[in-house]
Design a protein around this ligand. Structure first.
Ligand code: ZN
Length: 284
């Protein structure tokens, strides 16, 4: 199943993208895609509802704005340096254990919303990433059990301000959390939709020019390992997001270096998870 949310920012309604590509409004199901939905077997209940009522549900037009496909979660956890070629371009060693950091949940926006270059930014950068959405509470979960705690997968652009992240002291969170720095979607795909999560191409272009072209085969730490690992340090709640890291080809890794400017258009995608498109805007 593919979950979408649509409508004006802050007033999104839940929907489903059907296998034939049609999108339907499932507001009548009565639940949005948040902690109680995922934690209360919402995916199974919704699948049965769609089977029964889907044909009668109103269509969602192609011109309607998409929001992030989940409600604001309790946390967004990102994994750093999780592709060897990206660690190399960042001038950092491949870590022995996952590097994790937080991204503020207020950074979430829809997949095709404008991205705002924050006040004082000179180094706004992109990162195409496979993100995992937690489906069941996870605390001290083993790697072997981890997949039972996954609701699905979603495309994420982990926007980063490199001066805030790397040159202003302290933790990376400062450069990762600006408003609009987490476009998520177009849809959440449940695990049955993805044949092998460790064999997906991921790509990103800026103004049509290819910048990132990687595969999740190159992940240093795979998805079940990451879910199990992070759950040793904190409880993962249903609806929480883990973004699994980016392959090589970020602005910081190119020579000459060119960070993002107002008017630039970033497009990205992952096999089976669709594509998204953001136009960069100056803070005003
Ligand atoms: Zn990242």
């Amino acid at each position: 199943m593919k979950l979408i949310r649509f409508g004006p920012a802050g007033a999104e309604r839940p929907g489903v993208q059907l296998p034939d590509g049609r999108r339907i409004d499932v507001s009548a199901f009565g639940e949005d895609y948040g902690e109680s939905f995922f934690g209360g077997d919402g995916l199974e209940r919704l699948a049965r509802w769609v089977e029964r009522e889907g044909a009668r549900a109103p269509a969602v037009g192609d011109d309607v704005r998409l929001g992030p496909p989940i409600q604001r979660p309790s946390k967004i956890i990102c994994v750093g340096l999780n592709y060897r070629d990206h660690a190399k371009e960042s001038g950092m060693p491949v870590p022995a254990e996952p590097v994790i950091f937080f991204k503020a949940t207020t950074a979430l926006v829809g997949p095709n919303d404008d991205v705002i270059i924050p006040k004082g930014s000179t180094k706004t950068d992109w990162e195409v990433e496979l993100a995992v959405v937690i489906g069941a509470r996870a605390s001290y979960v083993s790697e072997a059990d981890a997949t039972k705690h996954i609701a699905g997968y979603v495309l994420h652009n982990d926007y980063s301000e490199r001066v805030f992240q790397l040159e202003r002291g302290g933790q990376w969170v400062k450069g990762k959390s600006c408003d609009t720095f987490a476009p998520l979607g177009p849809f959440l795909a449940t695990p049955d939709e993805i044949a092998d999560v460790h064999d997906l191409k991921l790509w990103l272009t800026v103004n049509g020019e290819p910048k990132q072209d990687g595969t999740t085969r190159d992940l240093v730490f795979g998805v079940p390992m990451l879910v199990g690992y992070i759950s040793q340090f904190m409880t993962l709640l249903p609806g929480d997001v883990i973004s699994t890291g980016t392959p090589a080809g970020v602005a910081m890794g190119h020579r000459p270096v060119r960070f993002l400017h107002p008017g630039d258009v970033v497009e990205l995608g992952i096999d089976g998870l669709g594509s998204s498109r953001q136009r960069l805007r100056a803070y005003a």
